[in-house]
Design a protein around this ligand. Structure first.
Ligand code: MG
Length: 326
């Protein structure tokens, strides 16, 4: 069933003061699948990406060149890139944790990368095994080599809105780490609500902070998790601040909806429904996207947490019992 089947317009007139067009940065194949308890065959990943591209998504974060020991779900990164059929106008950035990852990504033909930095000391130690300050020493050579080679680089900044070990994260610290990433050569800074605790007022304050210190809103993207059901409200706050690049994961892949400690990414279907309601262009065929996520839910053997997918893609409910994530 579609909006039209429900007697609703496909899209509303553009809302004043919001971006006319939003670029959806699809992270399902990387951020989603890296958290899956089971290994997904490379052929399924390739088909997933190909279907997403056919649905109109233009930036597909494809995989990670993290050490296979730490990210076994994406150990097939090089093979995946080899098997992908390039499509005109579709970008396939890959995650690169360090110089060794950059070597592997470049050898596999990647032309665009992303790095993940931490806004907090605790997460830098836990996720990167180094201090907040020392993370820049790791990223500096990656960025200088990547930019010299003409690679586009996105800098993710984790824990911008709250940290499970430190609680609130001072805005000054978020601004300082974010600006250092841009100064090192990142083309774009993606602000991550890694544990999903952000609220719209907080999102507005952080974005306003970056704009106030001279960071152009065009250089910013947002990455929300729906832990407390705020991902769409937070997205709206970001749109109101002028952000026009929003991360989402097809079917809400990422984290495990059954595990207390895991948090799901904003579902691309939910984002598309919101953007349609605001008259914002995005280029995605919602039906094709829903079919893709329903297909992927069957591959994974568990239903998607996306509300829009549940409403439109009835068959996303698999016949298997709900997954028991390890
Ligand atoms: Mg995420």
């Amino acid at each position: 069933m579609t909006a039209r089947d429900l007697g609703l317009p496909d899209r509303y007139p553009a809302a004043a003061g919001l971006p006319a067009r939003v670029l959806i940065w699809e992270v399902g194949a990387r951020d989603g699948l890296q958290n899956e308890p089971t290994l997904v065959p490379v052929g399924v990943k390739v088909e997933f990406l190909d279907r997403l591209a056919a649905a109109g998504l233009r930036v597909l974060e494809a995989t990670s060149f993290g050490h296979p020991r730490w990210v076994p779900q994406l150990a097939d990164a090089a093979e995946l890139l080899r098997l992908l059929t390039p499509r005109e106008g579709v970008r396939y950035p890959v995650l690169v944790p360090n110089e060794r990852g950059l070597d592997r990504a470049v050898a596999a033909g990647a032309s665009e990368i992303a790095i993940i930095a931490s806004a907090t000391e605790s997460f830098a130690h836990r996720n990167l095994n180094r201090s907040l300050d020392a993370q820049f020493a790791m990223f500096a050579p990656v960025l200088s080599r990547a930019t010299a080679d003409g690679l586009r680089v996105r800098g993710y900044l984790s824990m911008c809105f709250g940290d499970p070990w430190e609680g609130a994260v001072p805005l000054k610290q978020v601004l300082s780490v974010g600006r250092r990433l841009l100064e090192l050569g990142c083309d774009q800074l993606c602000l991550g609500d890694t544990i999903g605790v952000a609220t719209p007022g907080h999102v507005g304050a952080v974005l306003e902070g970056f704009i106030r210190v001279g960071v152009g809103v065009d250089a910013l993207a947002v990455h929300f998790h729906d832990t407390y059901g705020q991902a769409l409200a937070n997205t709206f706050a970001a749109l109101c601040a002028g952000v026009s690049c929003v991360d989402a994961s097809a079917g809400g892949l990422g984290g495990c909806p059954y595990a207390e400690s895991a948090t799901g990414n904003l579902a691309t279907e939910d984002l598309v429904w919101l953007l349609d309601g605001l008259g914002i262009e995005h280029g995605v065929d919602l039906n094709a996207l829903v079919h893709t996520s329903v297909w992927m839910a069957h591959q994974l053997g568990r239903p998607s947490p996306s509300r829009v997918l549940a409403a439109l893609g009835g068959s996303s409910r698999t016949t298997n019992p709900p997954g028991h994530c390890s």
